[in-house]
Design a binder for this molecule. Structure first.
Ligand code: SF4
Length: 337
C-alpha cells in the first residue's frame, strides 16, 4: 500500500509527494487506462490492398491492430499471421504505417488506377484514438478527394466528425462514397462487455446525426448482433429506434461470425467471463456461422423493426431498399435468448 488512507482516495498533494520522492513509476496503484497500448511505426510498400468476394475491390487500413478491443473483432485472426496472439496483443500493440498517405498518393496517381471504390477501415478502426496524433485517415481521405476516388468508410470512432469537410468534398465529387458508423447495440451492458475500448453507442449515433445534418450519406451498420448479448428483440428494438431517431440514412446488419483466432479469443473470453453461455454457443456455432434457424429468427425480427421505424436497408453492394417487406410477425421474445 502506497497510501494508507483507509477508504479515502489520495489527494493531489499525496500523489505529488510520492512522485517527487520516487517518480511516476512509484504510483503502483494507478490503473493503466485509456491507452496502455504500444505503437510501432512501420513502413508499408502498398496502401491499396486488392480483395476478392467483397462488395468492393480494394481496402485501406492505415493501422494494424485496434485499441477498441472488441471481443468479437474478426480482424483478431489476422494477428496470427504476424506470430502475434489474437487476444491482448491485437489491442495493445498497434502498427502504424507511417508512410501510408505518401504511398497512397503515389498509387492513386498511377495511370492504371480507375477510381474503384476503396473501403477504409475493414481490419482496423481508422478513427481509433491514435488517429488524433498521426492523422493518417485524414491524410488518406484528402488523397482520395484530390484523386476524385470514392470511399466507403466504416468506423466506431466519433472522431470521424473532424473530417466532415473532406467527406463533403468526396461525396460532392465522387459516386458511391458513404460513411457507415458501427453501432451493434445501444444496450450499455452489452457495449461495455463486448467493446471495452469504444465510445458509447449514443455518442456514435450523435456523430451520425451530425454527418447527416452536414449533408453526408451516413448510416449505421448494426453488426455484429451477438447471440445472448444483443439479440433479444427488446434490445434490437431499442437499437433500431435509436438509429432511426438519429436520422441515419440507411442501416445494415449481420450476425456474429466466428472463425480462426477470433473464435479462439471469443470462446476464451466467454469461458472466463460467462461460462454458463459456452454450451449454448457450442450448439449455435457448430461451424463459423450461427445456426440457420437462429439466424432466420434474428433476421425476421430486424426486418420487422426496420419496417416499423421506417429505416432503409443498404445491401453490401450499396443498393438501397425501402422499408416495405411484408413481415407480419416477429419471433417470441424468449426465442432469441
Ligand atoms: S472497432 Fe472494429 S477493428 Fe476495432 S476492434 Fe472493434 S471491430 Fe475490430
Amino acid at each position: 500500500m502506497l497510501f494508507d488512507l483507509g477508504p479515502r482516495l489520495p489527494t493531489t498533494r499525496d500523489v505529488a509527494r510520492v512522485v517527487k520522492r520516487a517518480g511516476a513509476e512509484a504510483l503502483t496503484e494507478a490503473e493503466r487506462r485509456a491507452d496502455s497500448a504500444r505503437y510501432q511505426e512501420i513502413r508499408c510498400r502498398s496502401a491499396l490492398n486488392p480483395v476478392k468476394g467483397m462488395p468492393f475491390e480494394w481496402t485501406l487500413n492505415p493501422y494494424r491492430g485496434c485499441t477498441h478491443a472488441c471481443h468479437y473483432c474478426f480482424a483478431r485472426r489476422y494477428q496470427t499471421q504476424l506470430e502475434l496472439g489474437p487476444g491482448d496483443e491485437f489491442s495493445s500493440l498497434i502498427f502504424v504505417k507511417a508512410n501510408f498517405v505518401e504511398v497512397l498518393r503515389r498509387e492513386l496517381d498511377h495511370p492504371k488506377w480507375h477510381r474503384q471504390l476503396a473501403a477504409l477501415g475493414t481490419a482496423t478502426d481508422p478513427y481509433q484514438p491514435i488517429e488524433g496524433h498521426y492523422e493518417l485517415t485524414r491524410g488518406s481521405l484528402q488523397a482520395l478527394a484530390s484523386a476524385r476516388s470514392p470511399v466507403g468508410l466504416l468506423t466506431k470512432g466519433p472522431m470521424v466528425v473532424r473530417d466532415i469537410d473532406i467527406l463533403q468534398d468526396l461525396m460532392a465529387n465522387t459516386r458511391g462514397s458513404s460513411v457507415c458508423v458501427s453501432v451493434p447495440t445501444v444496450d450499455e451492458t452489452a457495449w461495455r462487455t463486448l467493446e471495452p475500448g469504444t465510445a458509447p453507442p449514443l455518442q456514435r449515433l450523435r456523430a451520425v446525426r451530425k454527418m447527416v445534418d452536414a449533408g453526408l450519406d451516413a448510416g449505421v451498420l448494426m453488426a455484429p448482433l451477438v447471440p445472448g448479448f444483443s439479440t433479444h428483440p427488446a434490445r434490437i428494438e431499442a437499437t433500431i429506434k435509436a438509429i432511426a431517431d438519429h436520422g441515419a440514412r440507411f442501416v445494415g446488419s449481420n450476425i456474429l461470425f466466428l472463425d480462426g483466432g477470433t473464435r479462439d479469443h471469443f470462446m476464451r473470453f466467454l469461458g472466463a467471463e460467462f461460462p454458463a453461455m459456452t454450451e449454448q454457443y457450442g450448439q449455435l456455432y457448430a461451424s463459423k456461422y450461427v445456426a440457420k434457424d437462429y439466424a432466420e429468427r434474428v433476421k425476421k425480427t430486424v426486418a420487422l423493426l426496420k419496417v416499423r421505424y421506417g429505416l432503409i436497408t443498404r445491401s453490401r453492394r450499396g443498393e438501397d431498399s425501402e422499408p416495405s417487406e411484408p413481415v407480419t410477425a416477429a419471433p417470441a421474445q424468449a426465442a432469441l435468448w
